[in-house]
Design a protein around this ligand. Structure first.
Ligand SMILES: *Cc1c(COP(=O)(O)O)cnc(C)c1O
Length: 366
């Protein structure tokens, strides 16, 4: 049973859940990231190892979301994201594993090796992919297909929001806070003073913030935005926090009401770089530094930008004598071998551009 349910047994009866991943994810000492005075303690929470065949932060959310789809007898799953979305790929893989039919509605994004790899890996799952140039086009496409589904008597598909972020999905990260607390209690790592986490749709950082409130702890959550204010904003964080808190309280009245304003929560836009999926020099350098210091592979869209913020704070002496946790949200399972034999021309034509055109400049030569 997951730690959150162990603490609040009524939740396990009231909330949908299906086990997909493997926990707890390990923690790694990463003090080697600090090349200065070395007064900060740095640990990495390796959520890249959250699941097989595919890890990363989406697995914890999908345990609740796909659990909900199963509980509601849904057979078709629709989800959304950028062309190279880790979330869409994770959904495709795990939905298929559960015998559900996934379909992904994807929107144009800057090209990278990671986009290519995810698209090729998607081919292996048999997920149906559609590409759109704009959110308006995407919304219209989804409405049309969902209506068509209904019309053919297949019911309304189960819709998973971008990033798997909803009040229900983010409970995966409320639970992750409980998991980390157990690792602290077991002596695996010191209690963090500050946690760095990349923010795309905010489910991960808000889930952690709520989880630590419930635990009576208040580490600073430094949430590094990699999306614009439409997705990453304090207003949105507060709504998600309140929604998840209400969901939990409805399932178990022993859980108190919390206020987002009491969290030590910082949302930073200074490493975003202006466009989702567009790599930055700082982010690319941070990816390199992580590789050299710990042997861990991260990427330029999310985790590189987040680590860049951490490294800057370290450099400026803001983290002196602090216990710092970098929450690594990027899948760690390589699938380079299996996709090598995939032919991108089997993808819908709109996706061929990611293979016919070069990757973005900061991703070349890698
Ligand atoms: C989706 C994703 C994130 C962002 O998580 P949110 O819960 O959407 O904020 C961070 N890192 C990676 C690697 C991701 O795929």
């Amino acid at each position: 049973m997951i730690p959150l349910f162990k603490h609040y047994p009524p939740l396990s009866k009231a909330l949908p859940f299906v086990t997909l991943g493997q926990y707890p994810t390990p923690v790694l000492d990463a003090c080697a990231l600090d090349v200065g005075n070395r007064t900060a303690g740095i640990t990495v929470k390796q959520d890249g190892l959250s699941g097989l065949p595919y890890g990363g932060n989406k697995v914890r959310k999908l345990e609740f979301l796909l659990g909900d789809a199963l509980a509601k007898d849904k057979t078709d799953i629709f989800t959304f994201g950028g062309a190279g979305s880790n979330h869409a790929l994770a959904t495709a893989i795990y939905a298929q594993q559960l015998g559900l039919r996934p379909r992904s509605f994807l929107i144009a994004q800057p090209n990278s090796h990671s986009v290519r790899n995810n698209l090729l890996r998607s081919l292996e799952t048999g997920v149906q992919l559609r590409h759109f140039e704009s959110t308006a086009g995407l919304a219209a496409g989804v409405a049309l297909e969902a209506s068509w589904h209904l019309f053919r008597g297949k019911g309304w598909p189960y819709l998973i929001p971008p990033g798997g972020t909803s009040a229900l999905g983010l409970l995966g990260y409320v639970n992750a806070a409980f998991e980390l607390k157990a690792q602290v209690d077991a002596g695996d790592l010191p209690l963090p003073d500050v946690i760095y986490v990349a923010s795309g749709t905010m489910g991960t950082c808000v889930g952690l913030a709520l989880g630590f409130q419930i635990l009576g702890l208040n580490p600073k959550i430094c949430s590094v935005a990699v999306t614009d204010a439409g997705f990453s904003s304090i207003n949105r964080a507060k709504k998600l926090f309140d929604g998840a808190n209400a969901l939990l309280r409805k399932a178990d009245s022993a859980i108190p009401e919390f206020h987002f304003g009491d969290c030590d929560f910082e949302l930073r836009h200074d490493f975003f770089g202006g466009e989702y999926g567009r790599y930055t020099k700082e982010g690319a350098d941070a990816v390199e530094r992580m590789k050299v210091a710990t042997g861990t592979g991260i990427e330029g869209c999310y985790t590189g930008k987040c680590l860049a913020a951490l490294l800057e704070d370290l450099h400026l002496g803001r983290l002196a004598d602090q216990q710092v946790l970098f929450w690594n949200t990027y899948n760690a399972t390589t699938f380079a071998g299996s996709i090598a034999s995939q032919d991108y021309r089997r993808l819908p034509r709109d996706f061929h551009r990611y293979f016919d055109n070069d990757v973005q400049e900061l991703d070349r030569g890698r």
